[in-house]
Design a protein around this ligand. Structure first.
Ligand code: ADP
Length: 498
């Protein structure tokens, strides 16, 4: 017998009969079986008892002086539809019992009955009732689940529709299956989109589609996030795309959030223009002061005492630092505005690297860092601006020297790599923590490290490096191990050989 079929000791049976002997007999028998039994002398009393507490089964005499089984049955089917009622009949009233069953009684038992027959019929009725109750509860729970799901869906729809950011969800076939009004506004779409619609029908952006395709190719619960910027008319949109995973971790589609960053862009442009203007205005007077200080320091304005010389030398150094900062700021501004003056010509990068190393070497020697250039005999030509290349590698090599301890080794090497020339600047210095790597190319970002507090810098070097690499259609990567060293790898497209 399964758990569901076991006799529930708490189940209550109501015995309704005008004959006390029957009431008492049934009570004793059913108590022995572990049921709780309540008794009533007629239908009226039975209905009063029913109103006060829940019952699991009624055994009801067919004919009673005050109220018989038919009236009780009527009340029970109307108000307690789950409550089984077994009719107790006398001889000769079986036809009536059958009639009662047609009207909804569960079964009938004929007086006089045997004890085991009564127990069996009661048990069967209660088991059936338990099963029916469970099935109903299950059905209700399922209906509730479906309702909750529909509610959740509608809630998510409402939230998405009220968002200021655009939302675009696609399936695996790159068809849009969910979007919101903000997306329509940001993309400047006026006609409603039906779901599903192929992305290419309304979003003419190959790069974004490519990014979404690469997300669909990911597997498992990989945390891929692709961030891009796109332009729609005079608006700048920042997009962030991620996979949508199913319960088993499978990629079901993609979700992209579109944010309008036009105001930030405009503010950033204004700020850059301001910095550019201020830097420009400061450069000439500072250069003049530096020149004048050089004249005085060279003794051309008269003999200097040691103390005066010391103070003026320190001023000269500070002004030199300021001029370097200003030049960096102007470089960044130029690169960002796309107005940097570049003359890209076929270039032997090896020669530029040799000159750059010669420039940095005195500083490396003063810091006791060895500097090595490792080039193969032949390197392909690249199309590049020599001054920009010098600036790029001066920054990378100076950093490698600055962020290496005394006794460190810095190696600059280059190899041909498919259609690119790969240049590696490696050091065995302090390294960079993985979480810092995405930030080091940001303007003014400097890693706070106890060992580099004395290194003077503006945090602009790598921003300039990145700008130059991008303006030459190249790329840059960093590999670093804190405490062990860092390698920056620059890829620059080579000139195809004819
Ligand atoms: P700056 O050197 O003026 O601080 P950069 O933009 O050149 O600015 O570099 C940003 C940050 O990246 C530096 O502050 C430094 O913490 C880190 N960094 C750059 N190159 C290296 C390197 N070779 N080894 C360790 N850290 C480096």
């Amino acid at each position: 017998m399964s758990d569901a079929m076991k006799t529930d000791p708490m189940q209550t049976v109501l015995v309704v009969d005008d004959e006390k002997v029957i009431r008492d007999g049934c009570t004793r028998l059913l108590n022995l079986e572990g049921y709780r039994v309540l008794a009533a002398g007629n239908g009226r009393e039975a209905l009063d008892l029913l109103a006060t507490e829940p019952m699991d089964l009624i055994l009801c005499d067919l004919v009673m002086p005050v109220m018989g089984a038919f009236e009780v049955l009527e009340e029970v089917t109307a108000n307690y539809p789950d409550l089984p009622l077994i009719v107790i009949t006398g001889h000769g009233t079986v036809a009536n019992a059958v009639e009662a069953m047609k009207k909804g009684a569960y079964d009938f038992i004929t007086k006089p009955f045997r004890a085991d027959h009564l127990v069996l019929i009661v048990k069967r009725a209660l088991e059936k009732q338990t099963l029916e109750r469970r099935a109903r509860e299950l059905q209700e729970a399922q209906a509730q689940n479906l309702y909750d799901l529909a509610m959740e869906k509608s809630r998510i729809r409402t939230i998405i529709n009220c968002m200021a950011d655009g939302v675009l969800v696609t399936n695996r076939d790159l068809e849009m299956v969910l979007h919101n009004p903000a997306l329509m506004r940001l993309l400047g779409l006026s006609t409603a989109l039906v779901e599903p619609t192929a992305l290419s029908d309304f979003l003419a952006d190959e790069d974004l589609e490519k990014g979404l395709k690469s997300i669909l190719e990911t597997s498992g619960e990989e945390a891929v996030l692709i961030s891009r910027e796109l332009r729609r008319g005079n608006r700048y949109l920042h997009t962030l795309s991620a996979p949508v995973h199913g319960l088993d971790g499978q990629v079901l589609g993609t979700v992209t959030v579109f944010q309008d960053v036009t105001t930030f862009k405009q503010l950033d442009e204004m700020k850059s223009e301001f910095v550019h203007m201020v830097s420009h205005e400061l450069r000439s007077p500072l250069a003049s002061i530096k020149q004048l200080l050089t004249v005085v320091l060279d003794g051309l304005a008269g003999e200097l005492m040691d103390k005066q010389k010391d103070l003026l030398s320190r001023s000269h150094l500070k002004i030199q630092g300021l001029l370097e900062l200003i030049n960096d700021l102007l470089d960044v501004a130029k690169i960002e505005s796309g107005h940097s003056f570049q003359q890209q010509t076929p270039l032997r990068l090896g020669e530029v690297l040799e000159q750059t190393i010669a420039l940095v070497r005195p500083r490396a020697e003063s810091q006791n860092v060895s500097l090595r250039l490792d080039l193969p005999p032949e390197l392909p030509l690249i199309q590049a601006d020599p001054r920009s290349m010098e600036e790029l590698f001066t920054n990378l090599i100076s950093n490698a020297v600055n962020y290496s301890p005394a006794g460190g080794d810095v190696t600059v090497s280059a190899v041909s790599h498919g259609d690119y020339l790969a240049v590696m600047v490696s050091d065995n210095g302090i390294g960079i923590e993985p979480e810092e790597i995405p930030k080091i190319f940001d303007k003014f970002y400097r890693v706070k490290h106890p060992k580099t507090r004395q290194v003077i810098g503006t945090g602009l070097g790598l921003a300039i490096v990145k700008g130059i690499v991008e303006s030459h259609r190249g790329s840059i990567e960093v590999e670093s191990q804190p405490g062990a060293g860092t390698t920056f790898r620059v890829l620059l497209p080579t000139i195809p050989q004819t």
